[in-house]
Design a protein around this ligand. Structure first.
Ligand SMILES: [Mg+2]
Length: 143
């Protein structure tokens, strides 16, 4: 298992949810570099090196909200799966959408998991711990 920490991208429009993810990372001592974009458009720009946030390395993992302005999570997923450089990213949906259509669409676009919010802070910290154990266990290609 490689010791290198993979970069993680959080795509989330809600400031409170962003704070909760940061808090859960801290509580679980997760030190992977965490990048934040507020919607699909911003995330695509970031991943394509077109944003102010410099892109040193494409993140291996995305934590993705569904309902966001400008470009939602499902449309964003469709875009990255069509993109030769981005199509292999591991994507975990974190959403309040309990719509079956969103779940079907997400899995058709090969998400690694679909997590329904809200969870209590305690359960959310646990959920993030589980995700951390999962991606620590996985091997990722260098590039
Ligand atoms: Mg949202």
């Amino acid at each position: 298992m490689s010791d290198k920490l993979v970069n993680i991208l959080l795509v989330e429009d809600d400031e409170v949810d962003v704070m909760n993810v940061k808090r859960a990372f801290k509580k679980n001592n997760i030190t992977n570099p965490l990048f934040i974009c507020n919607n699909g458009v911003e995330a695509l720009q970031f991943l394509r090196g077109e944003s102010e946030i410099p892109l040193i390395e494409i993140p291996k993992i995305i934590l993705l909200d569904i309902n966001m302005p400008k470009m939602g999570g499902i449309e964003f997923l469709g875009e990255i799966r069509k993109d030769e450089h981005l199509k292999n990213m591991s994507v975990f949906i974190m959403t309040t959408s309990n719509e079956d259509k969103d779940k079907v669409d997400a899995y058709n676009l090969n998400v690694a998991g679909y997590i329904l919010k809200p969870l209590s802070m305690e359960r959310f910290i646990e959920a993030v711990s589980t995700l951390n154990n999962y991606w620590k266990l996985c091997e990722f290609p260098e590039n």
